[in-house]
Design a protein around this ligand. Structure first.
Ligand code: MN
Length: 498
């Protein structure tokens, strides 16, 4: 489900024809070597492709337009090995539409003290050429990522890898399609938003269906298919009957299996990658989709509850950006629920009525059937588990009326001090950075929602780079946050993002 294109990133080296063939041959040789070695690290999420050295306006324009037109090209990395007079770049950059990275590196790591002469200096002058190029990109107001350091430095390689993932997010954002099975929950403010502006800014297509359009698909699922999927659930998850009748329990689980199959067919046929539900708008569905939604999120679908299409699209985006990541720890829709305010043990218990993605589970996953405290349907089956420990990010996209703001909080996930045997939902528990007191105050000042898109597998910086590429305001709450500066940042942003 999360499969995307076989993306590649182009590596474009800038120079000019002033240096002669011998020098340009070496420039090309060095660039090819850098590309080869970077590909060999095995650390990049997709392949780097060497492009012939760019020495004049025509080749720059042609190459950047070729990048625009190649559906597999997710972005371009530029590097000025020598001096490349930047007026030559203007028309190409004006026409270029994809993610841009400026790798400010140099072929040699150390100054060759004993042998350096003017020929060497003229051939290896990215400190010089990259400043000329950087000037024009800044003057033209083009958003790009700048990565500085030697190309063999593992930190530089990691930054390149992270940016390549962000480039995928930028490219794929415009393909995200959300099916709303029900509107935003009445009277709720923070999950509302301007769907037209979301399409302008992010490319998201957000459509609406009556939930009964899906019910037709659910009703059409064969008993054999329901039984087979329920068997799969029973082989994969622990069954926690908790005193319920075994046959009655299975019937409840079967309802979720039927919803999973029917809903996925509905989404696949219409090419949707994210879905929202609303516990108060269930039409002919017998249960609130719980286990069914959890399974779809695990497959890579975005999800938002109570009509929250912004979070659904963001979850899908983050699922795309983390798909195929080695040793991934998980990405999910999440909701701030209850605090632990005991000094030294502060944290936020995270959960939802049902819909938490099992990719974040630590250890075994079980099925429970329990009544819901809201809505008017039969007791839904849901997957229960606790989430992994470690650093993660929680993101909230809010509509401030005149603009979108992405709020990113670095959080530290922990185990709760004790088990919670009576809580029939999947949970995570985290302390926001820099601590609960400052983290929660900053989140509220920024207008962040109670719903978040949560991931262990993306960095704050990757989401900042995505937001920058989308041209929206982004604020970070992390170990460096203090309220006085944060309030000023919000004030300045209000002036900047009018
Ligand atoms: Mn909710």
């Amino acid at each position: 489900m999360v499969a995307t294109k076989n993306y590649k990133i182009w590596f474009c080296t800038g120079s000019q024809d002033l240096y002669g063939d011998e020098c340009l041959r070496k420039v090309a040789e060095h660039s090819q070597k850098i590309v080869e070695e970077l590909n060999k690290t095995g650390k990049l999420p997709f392949e780097l492709v060497f492009k012939p050295v760019l020495i004049d306006q025509a080749t720059i324009r042609q190459t950047l337009n070729d990048a625009n037109n190649d559906p597999e090209c997710a972005g371009v990395i530029t590097w000025m090995h020598t001096f490349s007079p930047a007026k030559m770049w203007i028309i190409g950059l004006q026409e270029y539409k994809k993610p841009l990275c400026h790798l400010h590196t140099q072929f040699n790591e150390e100054i060759p003290y004993d042998t350096i002469d003017m020929d060497f200096m003229n051939e290896n002058q990215s400190a010089h050429g990259d400043r000329e190029y950087g000037h024009i990109v800044s003057r033209m107001g083009i958003e790009r990522k700048i990565i500085v350091g030697h190309w063999t430095d593992p930190e530089v390689v990691a930054e390149l890898a992270d940016w390549m993932t962000t480039a995928l997010g930028i490219m794929e954002s415009s393909h995200i399609r959300v099916a709303r099975l029900g509107d935003n929950m009445n009277n709720v403010a923070v999950t509302e938003g301007d769907k037209v502006e979301a399409q302008v800014k992010f490319g998201w297509e957000i459509d609406h269906y009556n939930v009964n359009d899906v019910v037709k698909y659910v009703d059409a699922v064969s008993a054999g298919d329901v039984s087979a999927l329920t068997d799969e659930y029973y082989s994969k998850y622990n069954i926690l009957l908790e005193g319920r009748d075994e046959a009655e329990f299975r019937k409840h689980v079967e309802v979720q299996a039927q919803i999973e199959i029917g809903l996925e067919k509905f989404l696949t046929e219409r090419n949707y990658h994210a879905v929202v539900t609303h516990f108060g708008m269930l039409g002919g569905l017998k249960q609130l989709p719980g286990l069914a939604i959890q399974r779809l999120m695990e497959k890579g679908y975005g999800f938002g509850a109570e009509g929250d299409w912004k979070t659904a699209a963001l979850v899908r985006l983050m699922k795309l950006m983390t798909a195929g990541k080695k040793d991934a720890k998980g990405t999910s829709f999440m909701e701030d629920y209850t605090y632990n305010l005991v000094k030294g043990k502060e944290g936020i218990l995270q959960a939802h009525m049902l819909e938490v993605c099992p990719t974040i589970a630590d250890g075994p996953v079980s099925i429970k059937v329990q009544p819901l405290s809201m809505g008017n349907r039969e007791d839904p089956a849901r997957l229960v588990f606790t989430a992994k420990e470690g650093p993660a990010i929680a993101c909230s996209l809010v509509d401030l009326g005149t603009r979108f703001r992405l709020i990113i909080n670095a959080v530290d996930c922990k185990k709760t001090e004790k088990e919670m045997p009576k809580l029939p939902v999947a949970t995570a528990f985290w302390t926001p950075q820099p601590d609960l007191k400052v983290g929660a105050a900053a989140w509220i000042l920024a207008g962040g929602a109670h719903h978040t898109s949560f991931s262990y597998d993306l960095s704050v910086q990757q989401m900042v780079d995505w937001a920058d590429a989308m041209g929206i305001e982004v604020v970070i709450i992390d170990k460096d946050t203090n309220i006085r500066d944060f309030k000023n940042e919000l004030r300045w942003n209000a002036a900047s993002y009018r």
